[in-house]
Design a binder for this molecule. Structure first.
Ligand SMILES: Nc1ncnc2c1ncn2[C@@H]1O[C@H](COP(=O)(O)OP(=O)(O)O)[C@@H](O)[C@H]1O
Ligand SMILES: O=P(O)(O)OC[C@H](O)CO
Length: 505
């Protein structure tokens, strides 16, 4: 009997392969970054061929590090950056264009026209999303309209779309030689093209973007007992392993954090931040700027939904301090620099590089550093950057409490930024709630492994998974209410200053 489950986590900045045992413990991992292609302001692309090559490499090396073979894996799960759009030719296997990444804002005119033409309410009602550059629908439309030959090929059934889950599964299952073209509801719910209730592509939504239905992958479940397909013996695993789980990365982290009960929430701190609250089988429509999304759909069980607060720029603001400003040499130094001061010295930084996502949804916003005086130093800017991560999280937490009626008592956290102890302390202070980080911080890959392992009976049910979760570290609020409120009031003023900056009409 195979004793392990494998998971590929295809993220915004890197691709990881991880192997877990039955206790949810990490057995091996390998990770490789890929290039961030920034052709002009607001555009962000990835090379899909590079992503597939990195995926092959991390699987081969990860398996080698663990001294395991395909026979040791009972199943393979995939989790991925959501929304990022790949269109490729099913006969040649070649992408027509680079992947257009979720952060890319080139479709701002498409999104604002949808609202202007009065289609916003239909999209909000049926897909659970506001018209925004973030989601895949506009990105597919942009490729159809701007890349030669794609529309004809799409109508002929040759040009097909996928998020990176579909792209990798198609390649892992044989590519041009019988690759399967599938996805599942957590990814599909981020396209603006799926009906949240039927979990099927919706013709009325497809018509708004003029997207031929035959481009789209088949929507299966997130944990598929029969499997979507098996890996090929000539592929990176050198053997046939059933592919049985797919989850968008933020939903995977929710599963990895075992938020299986309504009212349980997690916040993942990576390139951006994503707070998800499990709302059970009830579809809660947000009135406060959150997204309604599918949390997971395991086999033929009822669909579980979530409310999500998506924040575009958090960890990537720390990267900006390193790469564009050069005031730190590595992400971890943001902590030591910020610790040189006791507070932000009056400085607030709103990193609205891609406009503002939840709960504002303002593509006309751009970044601002406000409150500067001659007294301020790099240390204040580093501190303001960490605070911006925490204040943006408070914005979405407030919206979540309003929409759901749930009061957050403890926030489960994960992701790269949670290595920053100061940032997590500020988070507890800004929210006024306990913040808790688990022992296995790689909750995204773990969630994909859980989805895959549940499908093949490696784990019997979600109760068994709960037993694998253990707390590693907890931060308690230290600020008094007056300081908390004063800081948040200033933050809201700073956000106001970023709005209505670019003309998207
Ligand atoms: N010690 C740290 N302090 C602050 N930010 C950090 C730290 N370590 C990593 N990061 C940030 O975390 C992000 C990477 O986290 P990760 O969870 O790997 O992201 P993703 O899955 O989005 O690629 C980067 O944006 C990086 O700047
Ligand atoms: O790859 P991450 O961790 O930055 O997550 C990206 C999100 O899925 C975008 O919606």
């Amino acid at each position: 009997m195979a004793e392990y489950v494998g998971a590929v986590d295809q993220g915004t900045t890197s691709t990881r392969f991880m192997i877990f045992d039955h206790g949810g413990n990490e057995v091996a991992r390998h990770q490789l970054e890929h290039e961030q292609i920034l052709p002009q302001a607001g555009w962000v692309e990835h090379d899909p061929v590079e992503i597939w090559e990195r995926t092959r490499s991390v699987i081969e090396t990860g398996l080698g590090k663990a001294k395991l073979t395909a026979e040791d894996l009972c199943a393979l799960g995939i989790t991925n950056q959501r929304e990022t759009t790949v269109v490729w030719n099913r006969r040649t296997g070649r992408p027509y264009y680079n992947a257009i990444v979720w952060q890319d804002t080139r479709t701002d005119r498409i999104a604002s026209k949808l609202e202007r033409d009065g289609h916003g309410d239909l999209i909000r009602e049926r897909a659970g999303l506001p018209p925004a550059t973030y989601f895949s629908g506009g990105k597919i439309q942009w490729i159809l309209e701007n890349v030669d030959g794609v529309r004809e090929a799409a109508e002929a059934g040759d040009a097909i779309f996928g998020n990176t889950d579909s792209w990798l599964i198609w390649n892992l299952t044989g590519g041009t030689d019988g690759g399967v073209h599938v996805t599942e509801p957590t990814n599909a719910s981020r396209t603006m093209l799926m009906d949240l209730e039927t979990l099927q592509w919706d013709d009325e939504l497809l018509a708004l973007f003029d997207i031929p239905r035959q481009m789209l992958p088949e929507i299966r479940s997130s944990s598929e007992p029969g499997g979507y397909g098996t890996t090929r013996a000539n592929g990176p695993l050198r053997g046939e392993v059933p592919l049985t789980g797919i989850l968008g990365d933020q939903q995977a982290a929710t599963v990895g954090q075992v938020c299986f009960a309504p009212g349980e929430a997690k916040n993942t701190y990576g390139t951006g931040n994503f707070m998800l609250l499990n709302t059970g089988t009830e579809l809660v429509r947000s009135k406060s700027g959150l997204l309604t999304t599918v949390c997971y759909k395991f086999g033929d069980q009822d669909t579980v939904y979530a409310l999500e607060g998506s924040i575009a720029v958090t960890g990537s603001a720390v990267q900006w301090l390193r790469d564009q400003l050069g005031i730190i040499s590595g992400a971890a130094q943001s902590e030591s620099l910020a610790r040189q001061v006791d507070d932000n010295g009056g400085v607030y930084f709103v990193p609205a590089f891609s406009g503002l996502f939840a709960p504002y949804w303002r593509s006309d916003a751009r970044g601002a550093i406000v409150g500067l005086s001659r007294f301020n130093t790099n240390a204040h800017l580093a501190r303001a950057t960490l605070e911006s991560i925490c204040y943006q999280s408070r914005d979405v937490a407030e919206a979540m409490e309003k929409d759901s009626g749930v009061t957050l008592e403890v926030l489960k956290v994960d992701g790269g930024v949670t290595a920053n102890e100061l940032c997590m302390q500020i988070q507890a202070d800004v929210l006024g709630v306990e913040v808790s980080r688990p022992v296995v911080a790689e909750t995204t890959a773990l969630g994909a492994a859980y989805a895959a392992g549940l499908a093949v009976g490696f784990w019997n049910n979600t109760d068994e998974l709960r037993e694998n979760w253990n707390e590693a570290r907890r931060w308690s609020p230290q600020w008094d209410e007056e300081r908390r409120q004063a800081g948040y009031t200033q933050w809201k003023k700073a956000v106001e200053r970023t709005l209505d900056w670019v003309d998207v009409e």
